[in-house]
Design a protein around this ligand. Structure first.
Ligand code: PEP
Ligand code: MN
Length: 338
């Protein structure tokens, strides 16, 4: 249920409604919009008489949200969510570029990539320190040492750090070193991990599960928001279909679908979405043209020697060229690459 307050509702009136919602057994989520305050009443399904709320002072309207996801829905929040991380704004008219290697391998590699990102005015450095690999014998990541290297490189070049959390036990490390915590496709359905991330106050980059419907993806975001962490960026990274020319099928149509259903920013990962470096540039361009709020791109100083995902990692020159092209596309859309 969403309770929309009058434009001129006073703080005591809002508090009174908050108390009433709580007394009905719901949890309250408050969103102070530009014009008015909206209160979300979330809890287990039960019959309530909406009039008990409608008649309170300062209440403009009470709407039942019919969708299974509530807090992530446009019905709860009409305006786009813009997430501020340091000086970077994700959402709205900004196109945020998050780039770096699949996995952090050594200091030289991360420093080199961070330098390339800075030259391109990119905001955020990505890199896996805990890698979800299909084989237990494949490189699993450098763990905490990898996070330390990324932090060092990011601080030197004024970048944000984005890295994937694999398990609840790694959350304290993430809070220490990382600016945006990534949940990978394989963990999108890990509801206990999602709940734990709802308790912290760091932005979350939530990737779409490789076989998840858009509704399941939004429900995963709802898990995090229900815990009180409202800073979520959704990331389309391709889904598994019968087509096997590309590693996944990148669902560009998910961008406008999400933007209609949810207020959360949505970015696109054309690297995992295609699995082939020659397909990354066209799909990155398509994603921005379709309205994505940003991109997650794998780039490596020497993709041939990469310990993971070399085939889909761009060469630095390809990355430079792509950023150049994206700037042109963003201009047409009156947006800004950051
Ligand atoms: C990654 O970003 O390196 C990654 C493992 O992605 P995904 O979870 O989308 O497969
Ligand atoms: Mn990867």
């Amino acid at each position: 249920m969403v309770i929309i307050m009058e434009d001129k509702a006073t703080e005591p009136e809002i508090q009174n409604v908050v108390e009433k919602i709580k007394s009905m057994g719901f949890t309250v989520h408050r969103s102070d919009g530009i014009q008015r305050t909206v209160l979300g009443a979330v809890g287990e399904k039960r019959d309530v008489d909406k009039r008990n709320l409608e008649l309170l002072q300062g209440v403009r309207e009470v709407i039942s949200i019919t969708k299974p996801y509530k807090l992530v829905s446009r019905e709860f929040k009409k305006d786009d969510t813009i997430i501020q991380v340091g000086t970077v704004k994700i959402g709205g008219d900004n196109v945020v570029i998050i780039a770096g290697p699949c996995a952090v391998e050594d200091r030289q590699q991360v420093m080199k990539i961070a330098e390339i990102l800075k030259q391109n005015s990119v905001s955020a450095l990505r890199g896996g320190a805990f890698k979800p690999r299909t084989s237990p014998y494949a490189f699993q990541g450098l763990g905490e040492h990898g996070l330390i290297l990324m932090r060092e490189a990011a601080d030197k070049y004024g970048l944000l750090v984005v890295s994937e959390v694999m398990d609840v036990s790694q959350i304290p490390l993430m809070e220490k070193y990382v600016d945006i915590i990534q949940i990978g496709a394989r963990n999108m359905h890990n509801f206990w991990l999602l709940r734990e991330l709802g308790k912290i106050r760091k932005p979350i980059l939530l990737k779409r599960g490789m076989s998840a419907t858009i509704e399941e993806w939004l429900m995963a975001a709802e898990y995090i928001m229900a815990g009180g962490n409202y800073q979520i960026v959704l990331c389309e990274r391709g889904i598994r279909t019968f087509e096997n020319y590309t590693r996944n099928t990148l669902d560009i149509s998910a961008i406008p679908v999400i933007q209609k259903l949810s207020h959360l920013p949505v970015i696109v990962d054309p690297s995992h979405g295609t699995g082939r470096r020659d397909k990354v540039r066209p799909m990155a361009r398509a994603a921005i043209a379709a309205g994505a709020h940003g991109l997650l791109i794998e780039v490596h100083p020497d993709p041939e020697t990469a310990l993971s995902d070399g085939a889909q990692s761009l060469y630095p020159e390809q990355f430079n060229q792509l950023i150049f092209e994206l700037n042109d596309i963003a201009k047409v859309l009156r947006k800004k690459i950051c």
